[in-house]
Design a protein around this ligand. Structure first.
Ligand code: GDP
Ligand code: MG
Length: 107
């Protein structure tokens, strides 16, 4: 079907809402409105991407290598994004869909 449910995990303020807003509406806001994320988790083999957001920031908190290493440990893909500059946002969600297609084909 064409219905996809994407769950976004992460500490408050890392840019989860901004990434989704950028992808869905193509917009960005500088003000921080905390979201209460209702998380429902279960099952195996859900397509997962580890995302390092705010790649536009000059002060980096996480080295690319550390993100890649963590993704390897978790056996998932890794991508650096910016909701602000729209860097890798479409690619992020597209890759999630690609991962889902691969999963379907391997069933
Ligand atoms: P959430 O708590 O993970 O949902 O984070 P928000 O999406 O609400 O974003 C928290 C703050 O970070 C807001 O002030 C956003 O404007 C800012 N922000 C989000 N994404 C980016 C980004 O890619 N680059 C920069 N520089 N700031 C961002
Ligand atoms: Mg939020």
């Amino acid at each position: 079907s064409n219905d996809y449910r994407v769950v976004v995990f992460g500490a408050g303020g890392v840019g989860k809402s901004s990434l989704v807003l950028r992808f869905v509406k193509g917009t960005f806001r500088d003000t921080y409105i905390p979201t209460i994320l209702a998380i429902k988790s279960n099952v195996e083999a859900i397509p997962i991407m580890l995302v390092g957001n705010k790649s536009d920031e000059t002060h980096r908190e996480v080295e690319t290598k550390d993100g890649e290493d963590q993704a390897n440990r978790w056996k998932c893909a890794f991508m650096e994004t910016s909701a602000k500059t729209n860097h890798n946002v479409t690619e992020l969600f597209q890759e999630l869909l690609n991962l889902d297609k691969k999963r379907n084909m391997s069933l």
